[in-house]
Design a protein around this ligand. Structure first.
Ligand code: ATP
Ligand code: MG
Length: 195
């Protein structure tokens, strides 16, 4: 599971990790939230549209609706087929963005996450950490979240770092490193030897 601010490099790492697993002959699936299913792609459009304001709870409910479809329709079937699932964003994103960022009650976010996932937890979580200013400078066409100011992203980052401390096999990776170094840091923590 890859987590991090907008433009922290999740999509880039999903691609590099996919290549690294393919080179080792490990069956895998790369996917993302929101938007990892057909319905999810529609939800993603609505969620990221800068022209569409919505209340924080609405945002959370749409995110967990997307997550439920994704877990049941994509992640569980892939795991059952013996694939490694590489996913950009999951439950921690809702806790960091809708909880720490938007100020919703963390217990409400936790309960909805639990409902959406049936308790399915990732084996590994990698937080691509970087200062919000660096992330912001990497973005061009800004979506609804990226339109938020630095203060919002500072809150989200603080949340991520705090949340990561409670995650088993949760690692903070320096997202300011060049892409291949970030990928190396992640691979070094995965159980690849002996495969
Ligand atoms: N380690 C890196 N160092 C410098 N630039 C990077 C690095 N990783 C990615 N980038 C660049 O930053 C931009 C955002 O990267 P990417 O799309 O992978 O981030 P993301 O976390 O998936 O963003 P989003 O949350 O918006 O989907 C891209 O232009 C990408 O080329
Ligand atoms: Mg991305």
């Amino acid at each position: 599971m890859l987590e991090g601010l907008d433009a922290s490099g999740k999509t880039t790492q999903l691609r590099l990790l996919g290549e690294a697993l393919a080179a080792r002959g490990i069956p895998h699936l790369a996917t993302r939230e929101p938007g990892g299913t057909q319905l999810g792609a529609r939800l993603r459009e609505v969620l990221l549209d800068p022209a569409r304001a919505m209340r924080p709870l609405t945002e959370l409910l749409l995110m967990v609706a997307d997550r439920h479809e994704h877990v049941e329709g994509v992640i569980r079937p892939a795991l059952a087929a013996g694939q490694w699932v590489l996913c950009s964003r999951y439950t921690l994103s809702s806790l960091a963005y809708q909880g720490f960022g938007r100020g919703l009650d963390l217990d409400v976010v936790r309960r909805l996450n639990e409902l959406a996932t049936g308790g399915l937890e990732p084996d590994y979580v990698f937080l691509l950490d970087l200062p919000p200013r660096v992330a912001y400078e990497r973005t061009r066409d800004r979506d609804r979240f990226e339109e938020e100011g630095l203060e919002f992203f500072t809150q989200v980052r603080v949340g991520y770092l705090e949340l990561l401390r409670g995650v088993p096999r949760g690692y903070v990776i320096d997202g300011t490193l060049p892409p291949h170094k970030v990928c190396g840091e992640i691979l070094a923590r995965l159980p690849l030897s002996g495969l």
